[in-house]
Design a protein around this ligand. Structure first.
Ligand code: ATP
Ligand code: MG
Length: 659
């Protein structure tokens, strides 16, 4: 887990970046916003009552008797209550007469489309639930889902939830090994997969990886296969079952049992930086309460008129909470897109926004910075005037990326909600509210109503305004992880041992002069330069603020003089050329001018690509290995393992001529 560089640091985390831009909510949005300022008052007056009110958005077969049982660090929410997540996401909307509303406008990468109404979804989920039962899947069994971004993936998850089986989605880009270790740890008895999916203009296979992973794992009894691409697949008679053979012949009726509020809903593995992946466990009632509330509140969702789009993969927690459970619990209409943003052209996302009239869009800063790099001419080709709220998730959004997003996607009109949360938190924790919060580029602003977040120093004391430290959560929240699958000790040690009674997410943060929150990246990545703890985020944001830089990643490399020195890797915008010595000097001076001389990088290397995880996050740990000329650590979760080798060579080359 996160280790803060100890020692001479004068403060936990320096506060270097100043930002004076601020955008009030648009008047019409503010007037009609789902959340008004009184929500914060109500929640701070009586937090548990506030969450009880939010839980009433759901349909409970049996009401809870106890809102929270808190035996630190183990929480149970809404105990005694019973509900069915699939019924909440699907059936009740149909029962309320909204069966004709579209749940998903699905867009395949090759351009094939499907519009799936809530009534369609109900039939599909019931059939799949019946099929799972026929395959011998029982309540409490684990089911692995290793799928492309197709509607059957959502159906598979909901069918599990319906019968009380625990789904464990593994991102379709992960390797055989990653799938295998997750199958072992969760002891899944069924794997649901597809022949393949479309990525970058061609079919990309999935079934062979499942075959390899399952070969020596007899615990997996069946492999259920959706036909998507029509690729040749090896068939293991007796084990493999085509989805269309077993699901399509099932009745579209299924009696759903109500499950306990604390019944496990899913396991989602976080990659884990060093040791074996952590199976983060989420349960039913509290999780669904907070994802439904935040989806409605943070995006100001009007389910009758909005078209919502989370442009992320379902194999990531963002997809679980804001493609599947939040939007469906709220009866929203969503877009789901199978492929990559540059297929068949670099404006595919914007074409989709125009085509479906997307009003609320949610994506990662890494995508936004990629669009910045490609240039504003791509979004400019499409009508994006339907958009009214834009969201960001996954990493700190650099102020310049925020400005670009707001200007070129949001038409200078839409609020941006920068939402901080984690797999472990299950749902959004810190964010502006679009109808009430003034947006500051780069700031996640405030904890949501009912969530108590603080920034503390090494000794666990709150830091004053204008100071940096570590973000913590002071009180249990409904969607919090209930543990690490099969390992309660690791749960305690990882999240609850740093500070007595406080949840420690492992991220740095600061509170600015106004008391607003800024996330500053992982504590493990903080650089200790001449006694100052400097966050990677602030230096990266300063670099991205230069008009020739599209993306930047920095890391601290050991240095005989300063302890650690800042090494930066930058990707230039397409119009910027390839960056000679003058440009490097200009960038170093620019950072110095922005943040002070202490933050000036020792070295800057212009690169074509940065090492990223499959969910698009920069792997600074590998850049540190490069900057310190070490053997590269674990590269198994990288999208492109070759790119880091190339980068390493370039770095070693540059060292020969530098300074
Ligand atoms: P792993 O835990 O497996 O190493 P991960 O932490 O990247 O992976 P996630 O749970 O998907 O996996 O990501 C949560 C982390 O992402 C947060 O702890 C934080 O570091 C970062 N993050 C997410 N959203 C934001 C945001 N809006 N601002 C700043 N950082 C964010
Ligand atoms: Mg994490």
């Amino acid at each position: 887990m996160a280790e803060t560089p100890q020692g001479q640091g004068q403060e936990t985390l320096s506060n270097l970046l100043q930002e004076s831009r601020s955008f009030p909510p648009p008047a019409d949005l503010a007037a009609d916003a789902n959340v008004q300022a009184d929500a914060y008052d109500a929640a701070s007056a009586d937090r548990l009552r506030f969450w009880e009110e939010q839980a009433r958005r759901l349909q409970w077969e049996q009401p809870w008797s106890n809102v929270l049982e808190w035996n630190p660090p183990f929480a149970k929410w809404f105990t005694g209550g019973k509900l069915n997540a699939a019924v909440n996401c699907v059936d009740r909307h149909v029962d309320a007469g909204r069966g004709d509303r579209v749940a998903f406008y699905w867009e395949g990468e090759p351009g094939d489309t499907r519009a799936i109404t809530y009534a369609d979804l109900k039939d599909m989920v019931c059939q799949a639930a019946n099929a799972l039962t026929e395959l011998g899947v029982n309540k409490g069994d684990r089911v692995a889902v290793y799928m492309p971004m197709i509607p059957e993936t959502v159906v598979a998850m909901l069918a599990c939830a319906r019968i009380g089986a625990v789904h464990m989605v593994v991102f379709g880009g992960f390797s055989v090994d990653a799938l295998g270790t997750r199958l072992d740890d969760s002891e899944a008895k069924l794997v649901i997969t597809a022949d393949g999916g479309y990525r970058r203009g061609k079919p990309s296979s999935l079934k062979p990886a499942v075959d390899d992973a399952v070969r020596d794992r007899p615990a997996v009894e069946n492999v259920l296969v959706v036909r998507r691409t029509g690729q040749e697949v090896e068939w293991n008679e007796g084990r493999d079952v085509w989805w269309h053979d077993i699901v399509d012949r099932q009745p579209t009726e299924h009696d759903a049992e109500a499950h306990d509020a604390e019944h496990p809903l899913y396991i989602m593995y976080t990659s884990g930086t060093t040791a074996k992946p952590k199976g983060i466990l989420h349960t039913t009632g509290g999780y669904l309460t907070q994802v439904a509330y935040t989806h409605w509140a943070v995006f100001d969702l009007k389910p009758e008129s909005d078209v919502f789009w989370t442009a992320a993969d379902i194999g990531w927690v963002t997809g679980h909470s804001y493609i599947v459970y939040g939007p469906l619990a709220n009866g929203a209409t969503s877009v789901m897109y199978e492929g990559t943003p540059d297929t068949p052209h670099k404006a595919r996302f914007w074409e989709i926004v125009q085509k479906y009239g997307v009003t609320l869009a949610y994506m990662a800063p890494t995508a936004i910075r990629t669009f910045m790099k490609w240039g504003e001419e791509y979004p400019a080709q499409y009508d994006l005037s339907s958009l009214r709220v834009l969201g960001s998730v996954g990493e700190p959004i650099n102020p310049e990326a925020y400005m670009w997003y707001r200007t070129h996607i949001g038409g200078n009109r839409t609020p941006i909600v920068d939402t901080w949360w984690q797999t472990e938190t299950g749902a959004i924790m810190v964010t502006p509210m679009p109808g009430i919060t003034h947006g500051k580029p780069g700031a996640a602003m405030h904890p949501i109503p009912g969530v108590v977040v603080d920034v503390v120093d090494e000794s666990g004391e709150s830091v004053p305004n204008g100071h940096g430290g570590l973000i913590v959560v002071r009180e249990p929240w409904p969607a919090m992880l209930r543990g690490i699958w099969g390992d309660p000790e690791r749960y305690k040690k990882t999240y609850w041992s740093r500070f007595e009674g406080l949840y420690f997410p492992g991220d740095g943060a600061k509170r600015d002069e106004d008391g607003d929150l800024w996330l500053l990246g992982r504590v493990d990545d903080v650089m200790l330069v001449s006694g100052h703890n400097i966050s990677t985020t602030e230096v990266e944001s300063a670099l991205v603020a230069h008009n020739k830089v599209a993306e930047a990643a920095v890391t601290g490399a050991s240095d005989p003089v300063t302890g650690q020195a800042i090494v930066a890797f930058v990707i230039l915008r397409s119009e910027a050329g390839d960056g000679g010595a003058d440009m490097i000097k200009e960038l170093r001076d620019h950072v110095g001018a922005h943040l002070g001389p202490i933050a000036k990088p020792r070295q800057i290397l212009v690169v074509p690509e940065l090492p990223k995880t499959r969910s698009g996050k920069i792997m600074r740990r590998l850049l540190k290995d490069v900057a310190e000329n070490r053997e590269l650590g674990d590269v198994s979760t990288l999208t492109d393992a070759q790119s880091i080798e190339t980068l390493k060579e370039a770095f070693q080359e540059s060292g020969k001529s530098d300074e």
